[in-house]
Design a protein around this ligand. Structure first.
Ligand SMILES: [Zn+2]
Ligand SMILES: [Zn+2]
Length: 348
């Protein structure tokens, strides 16, 4: 099969690999029809997250059709159209049972991460092996397109999770820091959950335009955001901040624009060891800090249902399509946000 493989910092390569085979009785093999490129793929790509093996198949967002199942798989059959969250999960361990599927201790693994020969290949490929298939996969409801199903395993659920962490509720004011696909989707969730005003901070003009189109008041710099907030709030800051960037400056901005007693939800994956605000700063603001990897599998069905009930328009998300042979080209366009790229997918 063909697959987009990690081949060094800022390098991927479309390689020819042996087709994955069933390795354990809980496995399923999926023939992929659509695979997503995600901001998290850029952490290993840029070398910010170190340790990934050369030759690892990239990606953790995929939609496809079951083509083989192990002896223990009872929920899925050959021919089923499925999608998956970005991690596998067992469904039975205490973490899974409490809804924290992304922290499964029963063998849960991240797709697209192999280190020292151990781990799972990813979904930017013609085929992928899915261990713990019964608990990990989700059957795609009739009528749901690949372009929407690809969002369920990560971007749409993660955006929803952020609004849950921040307890976004009617009449609140919210600031969204960082408007990649997840930040933009979070704007939609906040407004559909009744938020009064959503401010969005994003330096990229195309993404800022989309944020405005989705209903946010937008700013390109910290200073602009502050003056915008002074015009539109009577309070000392916003009720909640959703931070999707994962860099120190973004965290500092998030802290500064939050009102006393507000909630800061951090979804951006921070790779530096220190906070940009101190425990005393947190105390002085009576703030609530919430963070963590989205337990996507726990949310997938309910998020899909709610997106249908709330009639969320998701048609804007996928802006770019590539073939699997265009691996490096796709990463170049996506990583550099060229040509108005928001969400890129491989179509197989
Ligand atoms: Zn992702
Ligand atoms: Zn588990």
């Amino acid at each position: 099969m063909k697959a987009v493989c990690f081949s060094g910092v800022m390098k991927v390569e479309t390689c020819q690999l042996p087709d994955p085979q069933l390795e354990t009785p809980s496995d399923a093999i999926i023939r992929i029809t659509t695979a997503g490129l995600c901001g998290s793929d850029l952490h290993p790509y840029y070398g910010r997250e170190k340790g990934i093996d050369l030759g690892t198949v990239m990606g953790h967002e995929f939609v496809g059709e079951v083509i083989a199942v192990g002896a223990e798989v009872s929920n899925y059959q050959v021919g089923d159209r499925v999608c998956a969250p970005f991690t596998t999960n067992c469904g039975n361990c205490p973490a899974c049972q409490s809804g924290l599927t992304a922290r499964c201790t029963g063998g849960g693994q991240l797709f697209g991460w192999r280190e020292g020969g151990i781990g799972l290949h990813g979904g930017q490929a013609e085929r992928v092996r899915v261990p713990l298939a019964d608990a990990t996969l989700m059957r795609i409801p009739d009528g749901l397109t690949d372009d929407v199903a690809i969002l369920l395993g990560d971007n749409l659920t993660t955006a929803y999770f952020a609004t849950d962490l921040a307890a976004v509720s009617p009449d609140q004011t919210v600031a969204v820091i960082g408007c990649g696909t997840v930040g933009l989707l979070a704007i939609q969730w906040c407004l559909s959950r009744g938020a009064k005003t959503v401010f969005a901070l994003e330096p990229n003009p195309h993404r800022r335009e989309m944020a405005a189109h989705l209903g946010a008041l937008t700013a390109s710099t910290h200073q602009q955001l502050c003056s915008l907030m002074r015009q539109h709030t009577t309070n000392l800051g916003v009720d909640s901040v959703l931070e999707f960037v994962g860099l120190p400056d973004a965290q500092r901005t998030a802290y500064e624009v939050l009102r006393p007693g507000g909630t800061l939800a951090t979804i951006g994956c921070h790779c530096t060891p220190n906070f940009t605000f101190s425990p005393a700063d947190a105390y002085d603001k009576n703030l609530t800090y919430r963070t963590g990897r989205c337990p996507a599998r726990f949310y997938m069905e309910s998020v899909h249902r709610e997106s249908v009930e709330r009639d969320l328009d998701l048609s804007w998300c996928v802006t770019h399509r590539f073939t699997i042979d265009q691996g490096q080209h796709a990463y170049d366009i996506f990583a550099n946000r060229q040509d108005g790229c928001i969400k890129a997918v491989f179509t197989l």
